[in-house]
Design a protein around this ligand. Structure first.
Ligand SMILES: O=C(O)CCC(=O)C(=O)O
Length: 241
């Protein structure tokens, strides 16, 4: 049985708009971590890296930044794990558009919006020219949307089917800023038309019981960051959220 996409209609951690701005690091510290990330990507010839928090100290430093964890625990409680992370480096010379999408749903899982939050971290200054995040405020209230597959370069995105019905607001920020999103908030970003790489890390934080499986598969690996209620998490519900 497949999870009904509109099933999760609860309030999330970023009411009322489904978007909360915060600062996770000083500009210089964030930019230094961004340079480490960009150097790694240059060496390995890649611009998009999934689950970087597992293997790289600079990424671990980002996902565990004290100011960030204070905000995340205030939103979803003291037990926090990372469900996934994604580093995106948009080089100026490479067109890279992230289509309008929601972070809390894919073919395998649906996240409970009351027990999860998506956080986008700026590791460089990300102004309008650099392709800043664009969010559809309040879009979370209508729940999860049907999606379709859309490819950017070699990367697959699960784009909402009806992006034209949303009104997007551009959110230019400096390095060290973060934008927390309800996992149902529709968001997108454009190509970097500035002169330097635009570096950002997307993180999905979850509390126990947040991850609901859409298929009969093992629960994804969760990287526990804090809290002591992870030894016996409630079993994930199968079939519907
Ligand atoms: O870095 C970006 O521009 C957005 C990426 C994003 O929204 C995502 O990976 O969920």
């Amino acid at each position: 049985m497949v999870t009904r996409l509109t099933a999760v209609m609860t309030d999330g951690p970023c009411e009322p708009d489904g978007v909360t701005g915060l600062r996770w690091a000083a500009v210089g510290n964030a930019a230094a971590l961004g340079q480490a990330a960009a150097a790694f990507c240059r060496r390995h010839g890649c611009d998009v890296l999934p689950d970087v928090h597992r293997g790289h100290s600079w990424a671990r430093a980002c996902v565990t930044a004290p100011a960030l964890l204070r905000a995340v625990t205030a939103m979803i409680g003291p037990n926090v794990a990372v469900e996934s992370s994604l580093l995106v480096v948009k080089r100026p010379e490479c067109p890279y558009v992230v289509p309008a999408h929601q972070d809390g749903i894919n073919d395998r899982i649906v996240l409970d919006p009351a027990r999860s939050v998506a956080v986008w971290l700026a590791l460089s200054d990300v102004g309008e020219t650099a392709g800043c995040l664009q969010v559809a405020a309040g879009s979370h209230r209508a729940g999860y949307k049907p999606y379709r597959r859309e490819t950017t370069g070699c990367d697959l995105h699960l784009a909402v089917r009806d992006p034209a019905r949303f009104v997007f607001t551009k959110l230019p920020v400096t390095a060290g800023a973060a934008i927390a999103l309800d996992v149902r908030t529709v968001h997108r970003s454009a190509t970097n038309r500035g002169p330097v790489p635009r570096i950002a890390l997307n993180i999905r934080y979850v509390a126990p019981g947040a991850v609901h499986l859409r298929r009969r598969e093992p629960l994804p690996v969760l990287d526990v960051i804090c809290g002591n209620s992870w030894s016996s998490p409630p079993p994930p519900r199968q079939g519907r959220a």
